[in-house]
Design a protein around this ligand. Structure first.
Ligand SMILES: Cc1ncc(COP(=O)(O)O)c(C=O)c1O
Ligand SMILES: [Zn+2]
Length: 435
């Protein structure tokens, strides 16, 4: 029996299931709109019971609230139940440096068992839903992480994938996609152009293409992070910090909180602090302009387009953010902020975190972490805040960054030159660079 339906955000028309959605080329069959909400027939109050009984096996612990009908179609590596950790050295820093009393947590997507990024949950659910609906071919355009995750999970499901990456996508992503036997098309152009070619390919060959940041499979999968925070955290975050590319993260949190609105455990809405890298920050630029002008009529449609952005964080290289009106609205509603982090400091942030916590974070994660320092500096973190920073990826994704992490090496030719090290001496130097 079907346990969900899809409802069009524009006209309210109902689609019976994912099959109808795919048959209709992932659009509302009444008005052609592409943004739909998955609605479940079960009472959302039951999420509380699932959380209480959770064995923390995977996101499919929340099977009843995912658009999949048969458990036999689950394609999983145990993703979606990664830890939330309290990093008290960041509480201490906020207190010592700014007199702010807050608790800072990180969401350890670097530990995700599929491909080590926060895209694993989305790809795992997508592979499962595609399998359930008998789909054998799929296409996706991506700056890297989402394609890698889709390549891995669709390969697990025996589904062929064509991946369109922009010309500057990281070699390590390309290698991983290729290693799983999935097809890579490296497109001579930027991400926007790769998306265009991918769409043409999908139309020409009548192949389904990933619906991007509003794709219900991605949103429903990522929605479960809210359930996980409720399960794992003493109190729900009042501030959510994430590196921003297209914004599936904030859309998914909003969906989860909306689903829980009639329950007796609805958490308060967190302030979204979204962070973009300095060489590709069109959403932040749009936001800053709107703020300056006092959010005038039509502000959500006023944002710049950055053609062929050249950034040290290619995973965040969305220069033409079609989702800006949606994300800007959510950030505004949450009383949050959009910030820029200076990408010349990403290696410093990565070194600092590896020094303090022995965790090696990837480029996109350094932007989120850097955003926390910016947010503190500019007064966006308040006394009493419970901060959650989404560490979206580990360093495995970026060997280039890994190489740049080297800073303690001295070249020597005799033992006389080898002074006995004192690691604490690095501490001040590392902090100074980040501030
Ligand atoms: C590690 C990481 N963080 C953040 C993002 C941005 O995700 P979104 O803007 O879709 O929520 C991405 C996107 O590729 C990512 O890979
Ligand atoms: Zn419609």
């Amino acid at each position: 029996m079907n346990k969900y339906q899809l409802k069009c955000r524009a006209c309210g028309h109902v689609l019976a299931d994912m099959k109808q959605w795919f048959d209709n080329e992932q659009k509302c069959d009444a008005c052609g709109h592409k943004f739909v909400d998955v609605e479940y027939f079960q009472d959302a109050q039951n999420v509380k019971q699932i959380i209480a009984e959770s064995k923390a096996q995977s996101l499919f612990d929340y099977f009843d609230f995912l658009p999949l009908n048969q458990r036999e179609n689950i394609v999983s590596s145990g993703e979606g139940v990664i830890p939330v950790e309290h990093w008290s050295f960041l509480d201490q820093f906020a207190l010592n440096q700014y007199g702010i009393n807050c608790k800072v947590h990180v969401y350890r997507n670097d530990l995700s068992p599929g491909t080590g990024t926060f895209k694993d949950v989305a790809a795992s659910l997508a592979a499962s839903v595609l399998k359930e609906n008998g789909i054998k071919q799929f296409a996706i355009a991506s700056t890297g992480n989402i394609a890698t995750a889709f390549a891995y999970y669709l390969a697990k499901a025996g589904i062929s994938l064509a991946v369109f990456i922009p010309q500057d996508a990281l070699m390590s992503n390309e290698a991983e996609i290729s290693a799983y036997g999935q097809k890579v098309f490296r497109v001579e152009g930027d991400y926007a152009y790769a998306k265009k070619i991918a769409t043409e390919y999908a139309n020409k060959n009548k192949i389904l293409i990933s619906g991007g940041n509003i794709d219900p499979m991605r949103v429903e999968a990522k929605k479960t992070m809210v359930f996980e925070w409720i399960r794992q955290m003493e109190s729900f975050p009042t501030v959510y910090i994430q590196a921003l590319s297209g914004g599936t993260g904030p859309i998914a949190i909003d969906k989860a909180l909306n689903d829980l609105k009639n329950t007796n455990f609805l958490p308060a809405y967190p302030r979204y602090i979204m962070v973009q890298p300095s060489a590709c920050n069109p959403m932040t630029l749009g936001w800053e302009r709107a703020k300056e002008l006092g959010f005038p009529d039509g502000w959500k449609n006023d944002y710049p387009i950055i053609d062929s952005p050249v950034t040290k964080v290619p995973t965040l290289a969305t220069g033409n953010p079609a989702t800006y009106p949606i994300i800007a609205d959510l950030v505004h509603k949450s009383k949050g902020e959009m910030l820029t982090f200076d990408e010349s400091k990403i290696v410093d942030v990565a070194r600092l975190i590896a020094f303090e916590k022995q965790v090696r974070i990837g480029p996109a994660s350094t932007i989120a972490m850097g955003g926390f320092f910016e947010a503190l500096k500019f007064g966006h973190i308040k006394n009493g805040d419970v901060v959650l920073i989404n560490l979206g990826e580990g360093v495995r994704r970026a060997p280039e960054l890994m190489e740049e992490m080297v800073y303690t090496t001295e070249r020597v030719s005799s033992v006389e030159q080898c002074r006995v090290p004192e690691m604490q001496l690095y501490k001040d130097q590392l902090w100074r660079k980040v501030l």
